[in-house]
Design a protein around this ligand. Sequence first.
Ligand SMILES: Cc1cc2nc3c(=O)[nH]c(=O)nc-3n(C[C@H](O)[C@H](O)[C@H](O)COP(=O)(O)O)c2cc1C
Length: 171
Amino acid sequence: MKKIGLFYGTYTGTTGNVAKRIAKALGEEHVDLHNINTDGELMKDYDVLIIGTSTWSVGELQEDWNNFMPKLEGMNFEGKTVALFGTGDQVAYPDTFLDGMGMLYETFQFRGAKFVGFWPTKGYDFTSPLPILDHDHFVGLAIDEDNQSDLTDERIKAWCEQIRPYCGIDD
Ligand SMILES: Cc1cc2nc3c(=O)[nH]c(=O)nc-3n(C[C@H](O)[C@H](O)[C@H](O)COP(=O)(O)O)c2cc1C
């Protein structure tokens, strides 16, 4: 059984709420939930990391992730599996939609992480290049609670089914 840690950064609580829903979809008993604000150093203890952030101030990483960045840059994620998710607002901030998730992708990638959970861009309307893996995939799950909250449950469900085989839950 792999150890799964979900680490999120949240300002108004939206990403924290999505984090709980992801943990529930995977089975709460399998996933340890951590706020990056207090628990970031614990990332080293997990085999599988589910990493979530919002984007603020037009294209900025959520504040707690930003504060943790110097420590993150000193960490090594070789051998770890990482699945990213981001929350944002594609209507008000189409040019910087989910930039925070894109920034975390670059940071974890540079430090050896292996990624799972790429997500189709179909059904979203935005121009930001940063959270994009290739022309039709995000680097992780894209959630827009501001404009598409009615789609969040089905997106979480499908994404959790997609990453579940990499989490070792059914081994
Ligand atoms: C002032 C402000 C700036 C924002 N900037 C962005 C942005 O650049 N890109 C984006 O995708 N969302 C942006 N958002 C939307 C938030 O990221 C979104 O509401 C998110 O779900 C908040 O999650 P949190 O409460 O977990 O921090 C912004 C929202 C506000 C109020």
